[in-house]
Design a protein around this ligand. Structure first.
Ligand SMILES: Cc1cc2nc3c(=O)[nH]c(=O)nc-3n(C[C@H](O)[C@H](O)[C@H](O)COP(=O)(O)OP(=O)(O)OC[C@H]3O[C@@H](n4cnc5c(N)ncnc54)[C@H](O)[C@@H]3O)c2cc1C
Length: 221
């Protein structure tokens, strides 16, 4: 099936371009100024207003909120279980498992946010498959599975055989997989829909604060 895909990616082509916010034409003061209206900036503004409703927050965006990588990414919401062996090596067991658990919680929290704020981001908590297509990759997830087990999260990564993988994704070349339960992807068609998510960000934040502003003279670095 042919799908539109332009310089801003498939998602924005599908949903239509984000609305430009009014340019900042004059001086204004705020308790917090957030530079950049991607996920990082919009989440920051959102959480500041959630924690301190009395705070005035201004989001400055050079182009349009959500039109950068936040609007054109793969749409996958992943935990960090597959990075657990590396994190253990660099930071030790306790920090590693705390980060992995926090990342898993954030996957669920994004789903809760979409539900509570009625964000039509096609969020679907379907898990994450790390598949093997050749003998060399047959146990690629083994170290992650072992680390999850050793650090008290045996269900975070489990091995699926070829038949179990095929029931989830019927490719004849998949030989087996590691299945990570904490992961989300799009519902109606495929993955989380980034611009639909980041589009609601400004309007959700706006309900709590003044609207985001474009910089008067945009410049891309
Ligand atoms: C092709 C691709 C696929 C990806 N796939 C995934 C995925 O599946 N899952 C995942 O979790 N992550 C994925 N990512 C990563 C993810 O998209 C980024 O980590 C995330 O969008 C970063 O958000 P951000 O808000 O920090 O930055 P951005 O989305 O880049 O937002 C920064 C914003 O700041 C604005 N800005 C910059 N400078 C200024 C300035 N001086 N003044 C005012 N505004 C300014 C920009 O215009 C932009 O809107 C992918 C990224 C890419 C590129």
């Amino acid at each position: 099936m042919f799908e539109r895909h332009d310089a801003h990616g498939y998602w924005i082509a599908e949903a239509g371009p984000p609305q430009p916010a009014p340019a900042l034409e004059s001086e204004r003061t705020a308790d917090v100024v957030v530079v950049g209206g991607g996920y990082t900036g919009l989440w920051t503004a959102w959480h500041i207003k959630r924690l301190h409703p009395e705070a005035s927050v201004v989001v400055l965006e050079a182009e349009r909120c959500g039109e950068g990588p936040s609007g054109r990414n793969g749409g996958f919401v992943n935990g960090l279980w597959f990075s657990l062996p590396t994190m253990r090596k660099h930071y030790g067991d306790r920090p590693a498992i705390e980060v992995a658990r926090a990342a898993a919680e954030s996957v669920a929290e994004i789903g809760s946010f979409c539900r509570e704020q009625e964000v039509d981001a096609w969020y679907r908590p379907a898990g994450y498959l790390q598949v093997s297509t050749a003998p060399a990759w047959d146990d690629a997830w083994g170290p992650a599975e072992q680390s999850c087990r050793e650090l008290g999260e045996p269900d975070a990564c489990v091995t699926l055989d070829a038949d179990e993988v095929r029931r989830r994704c019927a490719s004849p070349i998949f030989r087996g997989a590691g299945f990570y339960a904490g992961g989300a992807a799009g519902g109606r068609r495929r993955r989380r829909h980034p611009p639909r998510g980041s589009r609601r960000g400004p309007s959700a934040a706006r309900a709590r604060s003044p609207p985001p502003h474009r910089r008067p003279t945009p410049r891309r670095g």
